[in-house]
Design a binder for this molecule. Sequence first.
Ligand SMILES: Nc1ncnc2c1ncn2[C@@H]1O[C@H](COP(=O)(O)OP(=O)(O)OP(=O)(O)O)[C@@H](O)[C@H]1O
Length: 341
Amino acid sequence: MFGIGSDIGIDLGTASVLVFVKGKGIVLQEPSVVAIDNNTNRILAVGEEARRMLGRTPGNIVAIRPLRDGVISNYEMTERMIKYFINKTVGKKLFFKPRIIVCVPSGVTEVEKRAVIDATNEAGARTTHIIEEPIAAAIGAGLDISQPNGHMVVDIGGGTCDIAVISLGGIVVSTSIKVAGDKFDEAIIRYMRKKHNIMIGERTAEDLKINIGTASPRKDEISMEVRGRNLISGLPVNIQVSSKEMQDALEEAVMAIAEAVHSVLERTPPELAADIADQGIIMTGGGALLWGLDKLISNRTGIPVYIAEDTVSCVAKGTGKALDSLHILEQGSQNTRSKYL
Ligand SMILES: Nc1ncnc2c1ncn2[C@@H]1O[C@H](COP(=O)(O)OP(=O)(O)OP(=O)(O)O)[C@@H](O)[C@H]1O
């Protein structure tokens, strides 16, 4: 539990929730999962505990991911999850209420933002501000976005890939596509079924992606052995998979991301495009670690691409850093402001 009144930043992600407390850093990182009893609608567990229950529960208990594909798919559960994580961080009895910034996926609507603000206020916040994911990612990557200078951020998470051009603290051009880490895993599962007649699970697909996944050709081919179930015999089998195969499996998904980056650049005002060409494109989020994705985007756009340091916690760190500028946010309209400056 933390210093009463400490300001808090929350990265409300599709895959996980990270909580940042001013002066302490990241204090909580848990999966965005809620387990409920279907009969009574009572919450049984949240976060890591709920994820451990996945696949190990009787029929009346279900584990829900309240945020899916970068949008809030279950309103009530999202509210309850936010309250749970805030209480876990600061405790229920607050003498001085904290100010809280919540970073929401970019696909979230104004109505959903309002719901997040209400839930956060109800959980004990003095004031709540919403910050958009690309802005938080840019701040977390160490960019000075307050200047009249164009930066391009490509944040690839689990559910969405958010591409934004930022200048003077605001988003000038952006897009969000539902092609990111989860879609890479699905593409690998489909490939294994079609090419090898083998069914593999999500965890195995993610292992393949992380270990031998490839977005642009590798000089030295690598391979990995995985276990799956043969769809014809129904029996478990081991199979050797190569990085070239992974490149084929992932081609469509990674090209969709490269095309989306290209289309945002086409819509970017010329002065800002020139700044980006000089400084390069910054990639953040776990999906940015896919081997060769930086090179693929660089080849498609002709602009150098850099992966941010500590890319997975960039958004949470950026939300935390934005706490230092709360006074600027508070000069704006209370509780509804979504711009950084
Ligand atoms: N080394 C790696 N190579 C490829 N992918 C990776 C690697 N490490 C993590 N990932 C992928 O990154 C994704 C999670 O990224 P991140 O934690 O940034 O998502 P999130 O912020 O919760 O999601 P969203 O931004 O969509 O709300 C997962 O799909 C995971 O498999």
